[in-house]
Design a protein around this ligand. Structure first.
Ligand code: PLP
Length: 368
């Protein structure tokens, strides 16, 4: 089976880990944490990095650090992972959805403007599968309406918008370092920001809001969202390889494009002129001319030894959110289509061109 993803770990990661074990720095203090935070923030072009235990809590921590009034509205795409809506809800805010663009699969910025009300306090763009959302107009809306932007850059490490890296354009940027991400720590995440006050608040919230003057006196309720030095040991070795990882992802995408573009009825990932797409996962969408849906294609690919994953199911179609009384009667046609017609193909960092050829042949066979 050609897996959908696999990490690429090196000797440096192993030797960093050995150092952490040998020196006993295995919890959330240690040089790798500090160094990883510094290097990742610098890579994103901002001053502060707050490492946490996964990408889901990175979003929650960013939302908590903003400390928005209860009932504030946060605009986010319907097409995303549940982590985004969960972060908004768990911090007492209300998720307001917008549909996504059929080409980039990122939130539709024109619709964001239409959804702004006097309760809107933040926008949470999600950079889908390696392509960045249209940040320029979002930053204009941010200025016009005094909003915060929490970028979800979990899937877009190293992606660029007009030369600026994902995560570094918003008020805060959030990352996941899960094993399938371009930079991994196994499980892990980070919030990055240029705002010193927000960084300080996020740092405190991450660590139970222990006070410096009297450790066990608490004046705010925090979380234990800490990353371990063991995770950061791997992360630091990974940051050093990111340029190589990005070259691999872009080469993989070019090869897929070359092989798949001759198949009628497939919509392939795009790269807008203002964006550098890092093709975290190579997604394809079946057009109407293809008689099967993505689930059937996925099952057929599996029979041929090729793994794949369906695209996200929209937030407005999630029973757990509908039961909260959210999104009643709302429809987001692009999201609904992507959820049924989209899937991503093997995109691991170690994928060879011969394997991509095999995947493409399998896709062709499944569709004829
Ligand atoms: C867009 C997006 N946001 C957030 C997350 C959550 O990250 P984690 O799995 O590290 O909690 C993911 C996970 O893959 C993701 O794809």
């Amino acid at each position: 089976m050609i897996p959908v993803s696999e990490p690429l770990l090196d000797e440096q990661a192993l030797s960093n880990l050995q150092e952490a074990v040998r020196t006993g720095w295995i919890s959330s203090e240690g040089r790798f944490i500090r160094e990883f935070e510094r290097r990742w923030a610098e890579y994103c072009g901002v001053s502060h990095g707050i490492a946490v235990c996964n990408g889901t809590v990175a979003l929650e921590l960013a939302m908590a650090a903003l400390a928005l009034p209860v009932g504030s509205e946060v605009i986010l795409p319907s097409f995303t992972i549940i982590s985004c809506a969960a972060a908004v809800l768990r911090t007492g805010c209300r998720p307001v959805l917008v549909d996504c663009e059929p080409e980039t699969w990122c939130l539709d910025v024109a619709e964001v403007r239409r959804k702004i009300t006097d309760k809107t306090r933040a926008i949470m763009p999600v950079h889908m599968y390696g392509h960045m959302a249209d940040m320029g107009p979002l930053i204009e809306l941010q200025r016009e309406f005094g909003l915060a932007i929490v970028e979800d850059a979990a899937e877009a490490h190293g992606a660029e918008y007009q030369g600026r890296r994902a995560g570094g354009l918003g008020t805060m940027g959030c990352f996941s370092f899960y094993a399938n991400k371009i930079v991994t720590t196994g499980e892990g995440g980070m919030v990055v920001t240029d705002d010193a006050k927000l960084a300080e608040h996020a740092r405190n919230l991450r660590n139970l809001c222990f006070r410096r003057d009297q450790r066990f006196l608490h004046t705010e309720l925090g979380y234990n969202f800490r990353m371990t030095n063991l995770q950061a040991a791997i992360g630091l070795a990974q940051v050093e390889r990111i340029d190589d990882h990005l070259v691999r992802k872009r080469r993989m995408a070019a090869h897929y494009r070359e092989r798949l573009r001759e198949i009628n009825g497939l919509r392939l990932p795009v790269e807008r002129p203002s964006v550098k797409n890092v093709y975290w996962m190579y997604g394809i969408v079946l057009e109407d001319s293809i008689p099967i849906n993505a689930a059937t294609l996925g099952a057929r690919l599996r029979e041929q030894g090729v793994d794949s994953r369906p695209f996200f199911l929209g937030m407005h179609e999630q029973p757990v959110l509908r039961e909260l009384g959210l999104f009643a009667d709302e429809t987001y046609p692009v999201t609904e289509r992507l959820a049924r017609r989209g899937l991503y193909l093997p995109s691991g960092l170690g994928l060879s061109e011969a394997e991509i050829d095999r995947v493409c042949l399998a896709v062709k066979r499944c569709l004829v």
